[in-house]
Design a protein around this ligand. Structure first.
Ligand code: SMO
Length: 768
């Protein structure tokens, strides 16, 4: 493979792999703090209610109870839980505790006690009188005339239209959409809907709050965004930022659910009030109902095309349900358009518009794919309909329309992260090759031409494509520090947040490649707001690209310093020297010195200094990774059961720094996407109570449910990225919903547009 370096492009051992495999204590709750209190949260039994009275006297009398917090005894500070850059694009519509509750599971009070039993007993004894209010349980109800206003408080900030329950709205026209449709030869329309679904990270949200020897507050927490945690907690509990340290240990998955600052302010407030350490961990039911979910969304896509298949007009309308609070409401909605429409950049007339509305249901937030998943479901089903109407092969239709290297889309500039974006030209795109490889592997041509049928089982194949981004232009920022030890090894300090993705390994590889050492000679530390430099965090498919560029820059500076010292030793100019295999060697004379000799000289002998460098990176563009997805499904026409028989994905993530980890990201995202397509949905009673908040009734794919899955990484080289890399974390989750829906259509001739495609829905569709 041409793109392989000495370290980059190789499947080196994960830097934390052995410790994780051996079960060494590395996760948040593995720290045993003597004397820590247990924190628990009292949650609302009602979807919408006003708290008339709260009496904690009986609860406080429970032996072992240290403190109880509620709206009556904490400061009222509006904030957002969305862990994003500053200024924050999500509305400030959250309070640590409020006078009102807005969904079943909303926080009413929190207790810290010596034991879990005492904490639970106290929760039971807190007396609350509620005035139950009419609940709004769907986006349609939220928008209906006379609907109760969910956010009627007068101190929330940044809500688009609180009186009408609209958290955020977008309206982005390009060209003249009416003319576009009038000039089109063929028009199709699809409306697709995604329900409530949850990330189901293996490790639930958890945090330990304690005080260091100087009385500073330390939060050891399972987060994707340590620096945003520090900023948001400081604001909510009223501490100066320098009095807070956030430590991120190993993380058992996030997928967006930990891009939210949910538990940390509660734990911090309890610890501060009690003057004692506090441990908090949610149970699975709380994770399902009271952390964050994907934004349920209905997306309508109308496509107008010329006879040859060239798209001429695209309208996309999204109705997003943000639940009780507006975390990521504007940015997820924006991404529904901004991460989908540039893919088909041949259409001159575009209109993207939509609303994110409040309901009295669980709070939606960031979830891998971040709006694009919802958008691609409708867009790629509509493309399948268009191909059929035109009598074109669906692959051919994509080939006619997809963006290529050297091309742009006005959408890049029009839609950014809650504000305008930046113009961008795509510099690498191997989607054509992805389509070719994927089609060949699934046997597209043969299977498309001949539908198989066995008894009641009908077989079909379907496909879809998607892109995503690599970080957020002009907003994301990452920094890295590299220090050389005198023996020629290095410490790499990054604010980048490995949440199980393997990014520590990827970043070490980038440094190792530049510094001419094996990965084993680099110790990586991520992330601790006291010791590692700033990084916006692990989200928006940013780490390899954004943090990787910071590491690359820091490593280049360190290399320069090493060559300078070696130049003095070899009495040759640095330009004539090269750094490889742990030595600096003269290109002219062949003489060399080891890195250890360089390190010892710099540290102890001549012109002493620490060889150390820091660098930052802010992306000016967000190069999209691309992927093509193909699947074969079997549909039982008697029971409506859908089985995914095979799934093939080919993706272009630029240079894969660690091909196995990159392939693992793609596989994991696809399996989550298959869960969206076949089984995952949170269900609610008519009072807004979730009825399946457990892993038995809410079905994520298990190992047994994963089909024959083949992923291929197609090389490209992204000139703006670190050693040619762009992202891979999210793009894979956008494919399965439309590919499986399109395959079902090929198998049995019905379009499934409401996820998940349960047997009942498939049967209903089959029966007309
Ligand atoms: S949904 Mo991710 O935390 O950008």
């Amino acid at each position: 493979m041409a793109l392989e370096g000495k370290v980059v492009g190789r499947n080196v051992r994960k830097v934390d792999g052995l410790a994780l495999a051996c079960g060494r204590p590395k996760f948040t709750l593995d720290l045993d703090l003597p004397g820590a209190l247990v924190g628990k949260i009292l949650r609302s039994p009602y979807a919408h209610a006003r708290i008339l009275r709260i009496d904690t006297s009986r609860a406080e009398a429970v032996p072992g109870v240290a403190c109880i917090l509620h709206h009556g005894n904490v400061d009222r500070v509006p904030y957002t839980t969305a862990g994003q850059g500053w200024p924050e694009p999500s509305p400030y519509d959250n309070f640590l505790f409020d006078r009102k509750v807005r969904f079943v599971g909303d926080r009413v009070a929190a207790v810290a006690a010596e034991t879990e039993e005492a904490a639970r007993e106290a929760l039971r004894l807190i007396e609350v009188d509620y005035e139950v209010l009419p609940a709004v349980l769907s986006p349609e109800e939220a928008l209906a005339a006379g609907a109760p206003a969910i956010h009627d408080e007068d101190d929330a900030e940044g809500i688009y239209d609180a009186q009408h329950n609209i958290a955020a709205a977008v309206d982005i026209p390009v060209g003249d959409i009416e003319r576009g449709f009038a000039e089109s030869d063929v028009i199709v329309e699809a409306s697709c809907e995604i329900p409530y679904s949850q990330h189901v990270a293996l490790e639930p949200h958890c945090v330990i709050a304690y005080f260091d020897e100087d009385g500073r507050l330390v939060l050891r927490t399972s987060t994707q965004v340590p620096f945003h945690v520090r900023r948001i907690v400081a604001r909510v509990v009223g501490l100066p930022m320098e009095k807070i340290r956030v430590v991120k240990p190993r993380i058992g998955g996030g997928f967006g659910s930990k891009q939210e600052v949910i538990l940390e302010p509660v734990a911090a407030a309890l610890a501060l009030r009690a003057g004692r350490p506090v441990v908090m961990a949610l149970d699975r039911a709380e994770v399902f109902t009271a952390t964050r979910t994907r934004h349920p969304m209905r997306v309508r896509v109308k496509l107008g095309a010329k006879k040859d298949g060239t798209l001429h007009a695209i309208e996309m309308e999204a109705l997003s349900n943000t639940g009780a609070y507006g975390a990521h409401s504007l940015t997820v909605l924006s991404n529904t358009g901004s991460k989908t429409l540039p893919l088909y950049n041949k259409a001159p007339h575009l209109w993207f518009h939509g609303k994110a509305v409040y309901t009295n249901l669980p709070v939606a937030g960031a979830y891998r794919g971040y709006g694009a998943t919802q958008g691609y479901f409708a867009l790629e089903v509509a493309m399948d309909m268009l191909a059929e109407r035109l009598g074109m092969d669906p692959i051919e239709l994509r080939l006619v329309n997809h963006i290529r290297a050297g091309e742009t889309s006005p959408i890049f500039e029009k839609i950014g992260e809650g504000r305008e974006g930046k113009p961008q030209t795509v510099k690498s795109c191997a989607l054509e090759e992805c389509l070719r490889v994927g089609a060949e592997k699934i046997g597209w041509r043969e299977k498309r031409a001949r539908r198989r049928r066995e008894g009641s089982w009908a077989y079909g194949v379907g496909m879809s494509v998607s892109m995503q981004g690599s970080g957020i232009t002009g907003i994301d920022m990452a920094a890295a520090t590299i220090m050389m030890n005198e023996n020629g090894s290095f410490r790499l300090l990054v604010g980048a947040t490995d949440i199980g993705t393997g990014s520590d390994t990827v970043l070490a590889q980038i440094a190792a490649e530049v510094l001419g050492v094996p990965v084993e000679r680099i110790s990586v530390y991520s992330s601790d707001t006291d010791f590692t430099p700033f990084d916006t965090g692990a989200y928006a498919s940013s780490t390899t690209y954004v943090s990787g560029m910071a590491v690359l820059r820091a490593a280049r500076k360190v290399r320069e310093a090493i060559l300078e010292v070696a130049a003095g030793m070899l009495a040759e100019p640095p330009e004539d020297l090269e750094l490889a295999e742990e030595r600096v060697t003269s290109k002219k004379t062949g003489k060399s010195v080891t890195l250890s000799e360089v390190g010892h000289r710099a540290t102890y002998v001549v012109d002493q200094r620490h060889i150390i460098a820091s660098a930052s990176f802010v992306p000016e563009e967000s190069p999209p990774p691309f992927a093509a997805f193909f699947c074969e499904v079997a549909v039982d026409t008697e029971t409506g059961v859908v089985r995914v028989e095979r799934f093939v994905a080919a993706a272009d993530c630029g240079v894969a720094i660690h091909p196995k980890l990159a392939a693992g990201q793609l596989e994991g995202a696809i399996v989550q996407g298959i869960g969206h397509a076949l089984s995952e949905e949170l269900l609610f009673s008519e009072k807004g109570r979730c009825t399946n908040a457990n892993l038995f009734d809410y079905r994520i794919p298990s190992a047994l449910d994963v089909p024959a899955l083949e992923v291929v990484l197609v090389d490209s080289e992204e000139p703006s990225g670190p050693l040619g890399a762009k992202s891979i974390a999210e793009v894979g989750i956008n494919g399965p919903l439309p590919a499986i829906s399109n395959a079902i259509y090929h198998a049995v001739g019905v379009r499934l547009t409401r996820a998940p495609f349960t047997p009942a829905r498939v049967l209903a569709a089959l029966r007309g």
